[in-house]
Design a protein around this ligand. Structure first.
Ligand code: ZN
Length: 284
Protein backbone atom coordinates (compact mmCIF):
# COMPACT_ATOMS: atom_id res chain seq x y z
CA UNK A 1 0.00 0.00 0.00
CA UNK A 2 1.17 3.50 -0.78
CA UNK A 3 2.28 5.80 2.05
CA UNK A 4 2.82 9.40 3.07
CA UNK A 5 5.67 9.68 5.53
CA UNK A 6 6.15 12.71 7.76
CA UNK A 7 8.50 13.87 10.50
CA UNK A 8 6.42 15.18 13.37
CA UNK A 9 8.36 16.71 16.21
CA UNK A 10 11.34 14.53 15.29
CA UNK A 11 9.39 11.27 15.09
CA UNK A 12 8.43 9.29 12.01
CA UNK A 13 4.72 9.32 11.26
CA UNK A 14 2.34 8.21 8.55
CA UNK A 15 -0.39 10.47 7.21
CA UNK A 16 -3.62 9.27 5.59
CA UNK A 17 -5.81 11.02 3.02
CA UNK A 18 -8.25 12.11 5.72
CA UNK A 19 -5.78 14.55 7.33
CA UNK A 20 -4.93 12.19 10.18
CA UNK A 21 -1.43 11.28 11.31
CA UNK A 22 -0.24 8.17 13.08
CA UNK A 23 2.97 7.92 15.09
CA UNK A 24 4.91 5.19 13.32
CA UNK A 25 6.23 3.51 16.45
CA UNK A 26 2.81 3.52 18.14
CA UNK A 27 1.16 2.20 14.98
CA UNK A 28 3.68 -0.67 14.91
CA UNK A 29 3.04 -1.64 18.52
CA UNK A 30 6.54 -0.48 19.40
CA UNK A 31 8.52 -2.48 16.85
CA UNK A 32 9.28 0.29 14.34
CA UNK A 33 11.89 2.93 15.05
CA UNK A 34 10.68 6.47 15.68
CA UNK A 35 13.76 7.88 13.91
CA UNK A 36 12.72 9.41 10.56
CA UNK A 37 16.08 8.43 9.01
CA UNK A 38 15.59 4.79 10.05
CA UNK A 39 12.04 4.80 8.67
CA UNK A 40 13.49 5.57 5.23
CA UNK A 41 15.40 2.31 5.30
CA UNK A 42 12.25 0.22 5.83
CA UNK A 43 9.89 0.70 2.88
CA UNK A 44 8.26 -2.68 3.48
CA UNK A 45 7.39 -1.64 7.04
CA UNK A 46 6.00 1.67 5.77
CA UNK A 47 3.86 -0.04 3.17
CA UNK A 48 2.43 -2.57 5.62
CA UNK A 49 1.86 -0.09 8.46
CA UNK A 50 0.12 2.28 6.03
CA UNK A 51 -2.49 -0.44 5.51
CA UNK A 52 -3.04 -0.62 9.27
CA UNK A 53 -4.07 3.05 9.50
CA UNK A 54 -7.59 2.02 8.50
CA UNK A 55 -8.28 0.34 11.83
CA UNK A 56 -5.88 2.19 14.14
CA UNK A 57 -6.56 5.22 16.28
CA UNK A 58 -5.05 8.38 14.82
CA UNK A 59 -2.54 10.42 16.82
CA UNK A 60 -4.13 13.66 15.64
CA UNK A 61 -4.88 16.06 12.82
CA UNK A 62 -2.05 16.70 10.36
CA UNK A 63 -3.27 20.24 9.67
CA UNK A 64 -3.01 21.00 13.38
CA UNK A 65 0.59 19.85 13.71
CA UNK A 66 1.51 21.76 10.53
CA UNK A 67 -0.09 24.90 11.98
CA UNK A 68 1.77 24.36 15.25
CA UNK A 69 5.09 24.24 13.36
CA UNK A 70 5.76 20.70 14.53
CA UNK A 71 6.30 19.15 11.11
CA UNK A 72 9.95 18.94 10.07
CA UNK A 73 11.75 17.76 6.95
CA UNK A 74 10.84 14.14 6.10
CA UNK A 75 14.55 13.55 5.44
CA UNK A 76 16.16 15.65 8.17
CA UNK A 77 19.73 14.43 7.75
CA UNK A 78 20.42 13.21 4.20
CA UNK A 79 23.94 11.96 3.72
CA UNK A 80 24.04 13.53 0.27
CA UNK A 81 21.89 16.39 -0.94
CA UNK A 82 22.21 16.93 -4.68
CA UNK A 83 20.62 19.72 -6.65
CA UNK A 84 20.36 20.32 -10.37
CA UNK A 85 20.68 23.73 -11.98
CA UNK A 86 19.06 24.89 -15.23
CA UNK A 87 16.98 21.75 -15.64
CA UNK A 88 14.02 23.49 -17.29
CA UNK A 89 14.63 25.16 -20.66
CA UNK A 90 12.43 28.16 -19.82
CA UNK A 91 14.41 28.80 -16.61
CA UNK A 92 17.76 28.51 -18.44
CA UNK A 93 16.46 31.06 -20.95
CA UNK A 94 15.31 33.56 -18.29
CA UNK A 95 18.72 33.15 -16.59
CA UNK A 96 20.38 33.90 -19.96
CA UNK A 97 22.46 30.76 -19.59
CA UNK A 98 23.13 28.01 -22.10
CA UNK A 99 21.35 24.70 -21.79
CA UNK A 100 23.64 22.26 -19.97
CA UNK A 101 24.92 19.26 -21.90
CA UNK A 102 25.00 17.19 -18.71
CA UNK A 103 23.06 17.68 -15.46
CA UNK A 104 24.53 20.80 -13.83
CA UNK A 105 24.99 19.38 -10.36
CA UNK A 106 25.66 21.16 -7.10
CA UNK A 107 25.19 20.48 -3.41
CA UNK A 108 22.69 21.95 -1.04
CA UNK A 109 24.66 21.16 2.09
CA UNK A 110 22.40 19.08 4.37
CA UNK A 111 22.77 21.68 7.12
CA UNK A 112 20.46 24.04 5.17
CA UNK A 113 17.53 21.62 5.26
CA UNK A 114 14.55 22.69 7.36
CA UNK A 115 10.87 21.84 7.61
CA UNK A 116 7.85 22.87 5.58
CA UNK A 117 6.89 25.82 7.78
CA UNK A 118 10.35 26.94 8.91
CA UNK A 119 11.27 30.60 8.66
CA UNK A 120 13.77 31.47 5.96
CA UNK A 121 16.36 33.67 7.62
CA UNK A 122 17.44 36.14 4.96
CA UNK A 123 21.11 37.06 5.18
CA UNK A 124 21.34 39.41 2.20
CA UNK A 125 19.15 41.47 -0.11
CA UNK A 126 19.51 38.93 -2.93
CA UNK A 127 17.61 35.84 -1.80
CA UNK A 128 15.41 34.17 -4.39
CA UNK A 129 12.94 31.29 -4.45
CA UNK A 130 12.98 28.09 -6.55
CA UNK A 131 10.17 25.54 -6.23
CA UNK A 132 11.40 22.00 -6.91
CA UNK A 133 10.33 18.40 -6.83
CA UNK A 134 12.71 16.50 -4.54
CA UNK A 135 13.53 12.84 -5.14
CA UNK A 136 14.36 10.66 -2.13
CA UNK A 137 16.46 7.57 -2.80
CA UNK A 138 15.26 4.27 -1.30
CA UNK A 139 17.46 1.40 -2.36
CA UNK A 140 20.89 2.79 -3.08
CA UNK A 141 23.24 1.69 -5.78
CA UNK A 142 25.93 2.46 -8.29
CA UNK A 143 25.60 2.67 -12.07
CA UNK A 144 21.81 2.49 -11.88
CA UNK A 145 20.25 2.08 -15.32
CA UNK A 146 17.67 4.63 -16.39
CA UNK A 147 15.14 1.87 -16.94
CA UNK A 148 15.59 0.71 -13.35
CA UNK A 149 15.88 4.16 -11.74
CA UNK A 150 12.32 4.56 -10.41
CA UNK A 151 12.80 1.30 -8.49
CA UNK A 152 15.47 3.12 -6.46
CA UNK A 153 13.16 5.96 -5.46
CA UNK A 154 11.55 5.69 -2.02
CA UNK A 155 9.32 8.65 -2.67
CA UNK A 156 8.96 12.28 -3.66
CA UNK A 157 8.63 15.44 -1.64
CA UNK A 158 8.49 19.19 -2.16
CA UNK A 159 11.52 21.42 -1.83
CA UNK A 160 12.38 25.08 -1.94
CA UNK A 161 15.87 25.80 -3.25
CA UNK A 162 16.28 29.26 -1.71
CA UNK A 163 19.23 30.89 -3.44
CA UNK A 164 21.43 33.87 -2.64
CA UNK A 165 22.07 35.15 -6.17
CA UNK A 166 25.02 37.37 -5.31
CA UNK A 167 26.73 34.72 -3.19
CA UNK A 168 26.00 32.13 -5.90
CA UNK A 169 28.02 34.15 -8.41
CA UNK A 170 30.58 35.57 -5.96
CA UNK A 171 33.37 33.43 -7.39
CA UNK A 172 34.46 32.42 -10.89
CA UNK A 173 33.41 29.81 -11.79
CA UNK A 174 30.29 30.36 -9.66
CA UNK A 175 29.99 28.46 -6.38
CA UNK A 176 26.36 27.40 -6.49
CA UNK A 177 26.89 25.21 -3.41
CA UNK A 178 27.43 28.06 -0.99
CA UNK A 179 24.88 30.37 -2.60
CA UNK A 180 22.20 27.76 -2.07
CA UNK A 181 23.21 26.51 1.35
CA UNK A 182 22.78 29.35 3.79
CA UNK A 183 21.16 28.14 7.00
CA UNK A 184 17.38 27.60 6.50
CA UNK A 185 17.66 27.86 2.68
CA UNK A 186 16.39 24.31 2.13
CA UNK A 187 12.75 23.90 3.23
CA UNK A 188 11.38 20.42 2.50
CA UNK A 189 8.19 18.46 3.12
CA UNK A 190 5.50 18.32 4.32
CA UNK A 191 5.35 14.60 3.48
CA UNK A 192 7.33 12.08 1.48
CA UNK A 193 4.91 10.34 -0.87
CA UNK A 194 5.51 6.88 -2.30
CA UNK A 195 5.71 6.94 -6.09
CA UNK A 196 2.72 4.63 -6.53
CA UNK A 197 0.48 7.50 -5.41
CA UNK A 198 1.16 9.50 -8.59
CA UNK A 199 -1.03 9.01 -11.64
CA UNK A 200 1.93 10.08 -13.79
CA UNK A 201 5.18 10.44 -11.88
CA UNK A 202 6.84 11.96 -14.93
CA UNK A 203 4.45 14.93 -15.07
CA UNK A 204 3.97 16.47 -11.62
CA UNK A 205 2.78 20.06 -11.18
CA UNK A 206 5.26 22.44 -9.51
CA UNK A 207 4.05 25.87 -8.35
CA UNK A 208 5.31 28.77 -6.28
CA UNK A 209 3.61 31.89 -4.97
CA UNK A 210 5.14 34.87 -3.20
CA UNK A 211 2.68 36.76 -1.02
CA UNK A 212 -0.14 35.03 -2.87
CA UNK A 213 1.08 35.98 -6.36
CA UNK A 214 1.70 32.99 -8.63
CA UNK A 215 5.32 33.17 -9.80
CA UNK A 216 6.13 29.63 -11.00
CA UNK A 217 3.75 27.18 -12.64
CA UNK A 218 5.08 24.18 -14.54
CA UNK A 219 5.31 20.41 -14.48
CA UNK A 220 8.17 17.97 -14.29
CA UNK A 221 7.22 16.84 -17.81
CA UNK A 222 9.35 19.85 -18.85
CA UNK A 223 12.52 18.64 -17.14
CA UNK A 224 15.50 18.61 -19.51
CA UNK A 225 17.08 15.71 -17.62
CA UNK A 226 14.34 13.41 -16.34
CA UNK A 227 14.38 11.88 -12.86
CA UNK A 228 15.60 8.50 -14.22
CA UNK A 229 18.34 10.27 -16.18
CA UNK A 230 19.46 12.19 -13.08
CA UNK A 231 19.61 9.00 -10.99
CA UNK A 232 21.53 7.20 -13.71
CA UNK A 233 23.97 10.09 -14.13
CA UNK A 234 24.57 10.73 -10.43
CA UNK A 235 24.93 7.04 -9.62
CA UNK A 236 27.59 6.69 -12.31
CA UNK A 237 29.73 8.94 -10.10
CA UNK A 238 28.49 8.53 -6.53
CA UNK A 239 27.09 5.37 -4.95
CA UNK A 240 23.62 6.54 -4.00
CA UNK A 241 22.38 5.69 -0.53
CA UNK A 242 19.04 5.46 1.19
CA UNK A 243 17.89 8.95 2.13
CA UNK A 244 20.01 10.79 -0.42
CA UNK A 245 17.94 13.63 -1.86
CA UNK A 246 17.96 15.24 -5.29
CA UNK A 247 16.48 18.71 -5.82
CA UNK A 248 15.51 18.26 -9.46
CA UNK A 249 15.61 21.86 -10.68
CA UNK A 250 13.25 24.79 -10.94
CA UNK A 251 11.04 26.11 -13.75
CA UNK A 252 10.93 29.72 -14.94
CA UNK A 253 9.54 32.58 -12.89
CA UNK A 254 12.31 33.14 -10.34
CA UNK A 255 12.68 36.62 -8.91
CA UNK A 256 16.18 37.28 -10.25
CA UNK A 257 14.88 37.20 -13.82
CA UNK A 258 12.68 40.20 -12.94
CA UNK A 259 15.09 41.88 -10.55
CA UNK A 260 12.87 41.14 -7.55
CA UNK A 261 14.33 39.56 -4.42
CA UNK A 262 12.84 38.27 -1.20
CA UNK A 263 12.49 40.69 1.69
CA UNK A 264 11.57 40.17 5.34
CA UNK A 265 7.83 39.64 5.64
CA UNK A 266 7.51 37.81 2.33
CA UNK A 267 5.73 34.47 2.38
CA UNK A 268 6.91 31.77 -0.04
CA UNK A 269 4.28 29.15 -0.83
CA UNK A 270 5.53 26.10 -2.69
CA UNK A 271 3.05 23.47 -3.83
CA UNK A 272 3.82 20.18 -5.51
CA UNK A 273 0.87 18.21 -6.82
CA UNK A 274 -0.10 15.25 -4.68
CA UNK A 275 2.51 16.11 -2.05
CA UNK A 276 1.42 19.33 -0.43
CA UNK A 277 2.55 22.80 0.42
CA UNK A 278 5.53 24.47 2.06
CA UNK A 279 4.75 27.83 3.67
CA UNK A 280 7.90 29.70 4.59
CA UNK A 281 8.00 33.17 6.07
CA UNK A 282 11.06 35.27 5.31
CA UNK A 283 12.58 36.99 8.31
CA UNK A 284 15.56 39.29 8.69
ZN1 ZN B 1 17.32 25.05 -7.86
Amino acid sequence: MSFRLANIDGRAALVNDADQWFDLQTLSGGSASSDPMVALTQPDVLHSLAAQMKTAEASGSFTEVISAGLVYAPVPRPRNSFAIGLNYADHAAESTMELPENPLTFTKFPSCIVGPTANVELRSAFADYEAELVVVIGTGGRDIAEADAWNHVLGLTAGQDVSDRVLQFAAKPPHFDLGKSRDTYGPMGPVLVSTDLFADKNAIKVQCWVNGELRQDSTTASLIFTIPKLISYLSSVVTLQTGDVIFSGTPSGVGAARGIFLVPGDIITTTIENIGTLTNHCIA
